[in-house]
Design a protein around this ligand. Sequence first.
Ligand SMILES: Cc1cc2nc3c(=O)[nH]c(=O)nc-3n(C[C@H](O)[C@H](O)[C@H](O)COP(=O)(O)OP(=O)(O)OC[C@H]3O[C@@H](n4cnc5c(N)ncnc54)[C@H](O)[C@@H]3O)c2cc1C
Length: 398
Amino acid sequence: MTTCPRQIGLGYARPVPVRATKRGDQRTPLAGEYDVLICGASFAGLAVARELAGTDARILVLDRYEIGERQTSACAAPTEWLVNLGLASSMRQTFRDLVIHTPHETVRMRLPWTFSTFDYRELCGLLWEQSGTAEFETATVERRRRTADGGRRISVATDRGELSAPLVVDALGWKRVLDGNAYQPPAAPLSRGLEVHPWGASDELEIWIDRDYVPAGYGWSFPARDEVRVGVGSFDPRHHVKEPTVRLAADLDREAVRYQGNWIPHKLRDATAHDVFFAGDSAGHCLPLTAEGIRTALYFGLACGRELRGVVEGRATREQALRRYHAFSAAHEWKFRWMLRTQRTVPRVPPRLLAAALRWPLSNDAFVGWSFRHYLNVAPPSFAGEAPAAAPVVPTAA
Ligand SMILES: Cc1cc2nc3c(=O)[nH]c(=O)nc-3n(C[C@H](O)[C@H](O)[C@H](O)COP(=O)(O)OP(=O)(O)OC[C@H]3O[C@@H](n4cnc5c(N)ncnc54)[C@H](O)[C@@H]3O)c2cc1C
């Protein structure tokens, strides 16, 4: 791996890797044994790595792209989360109000906390800076393999060779590659989202709940200083979102350029399987109804990293860490279930009734304050500042 001291215009203190593995024949082989293998270098994977900084563990982070190379979302998250994680300098714009458009009216909601849009590459670079001596390689993760040592080490096959570690994290997104289970749209519980990133500016964070754009889902316009991220998300994976995204952009007088889209899980899955830890979209940690998955990927990534830290520091066994992390994630199940129920109910309500049903709560500051505080507490920003989880001191099996 080679590194460059600065990424253009970003000024990271810690070098961000640049592509050392060339394409085709020039791709160099990769093999080795590590203490921790973190597969996926986006929100969840980098949050795990950050929690392991300062340990003696040999940690390898893998991604098919360079860190921050491919933006995976509209990049809006609660400001307090970004500030508490020391990521404030990546923020582009902060919003206190959310403007909701329905076919019948427009409501401006004053939120009890703010949302900020941020620059993906810069945020990932800042998280990487916090991850100590972890190493990084670009490689495509293909599958988990059995090892001949009775399961102590887990082997991960990549397009560049095989790697192994006793502690392995899948933060690879919705495909959940290391589980090996086929989880394919449109049958799987996945939403789909697509957005364009035209240059331009706006002061408003806006969403559209309008069946003319999407029968079940919503459209958005998230400004980020000099670009506006305009997109449409459908809770129904069979519903294509390209045409409505282009149409929404046209209605807003924005150019449909620089596309970015993906499937978005809307159902929580087990956070551990086959002795592997899953965090972020790979565990279905994206919230149903709002499709907000950044802060939850960070939240569960931190929780996972804290459990792994207990193992590498000899305070817990891998099995204890797996159990504790599994239980931590599962304890949130009822909140995800309620949000999924609401996601399924909203599209069934006739538009006029929905507009009437939304009018009072959305324009009532006390109700908005109460509900949004509850919503924030599903993955509270204070978690970013909490100490690593205390685990019983037992010899490590890893
Ligand atoms: C259009 C759109 C807009 C969105 N906007 C928002 C938003 O504004 N706010 C919000 O909170 N959420 C948003 N979301 C949801 C959010 O993007 C996800 O929930 C979040 O990115 C999950 O983070 P993650 O780290 O789990 O996975 P990801 O961010 O998907 O990262 C997975 C990583 O794994 C890598 N990877 C995948 N497969 C392999 C492989 N086989 N080998 C090696 N590497 C691999 C990828 O390159 C990537 O770096 C949006 C989603 C979409 C589709």
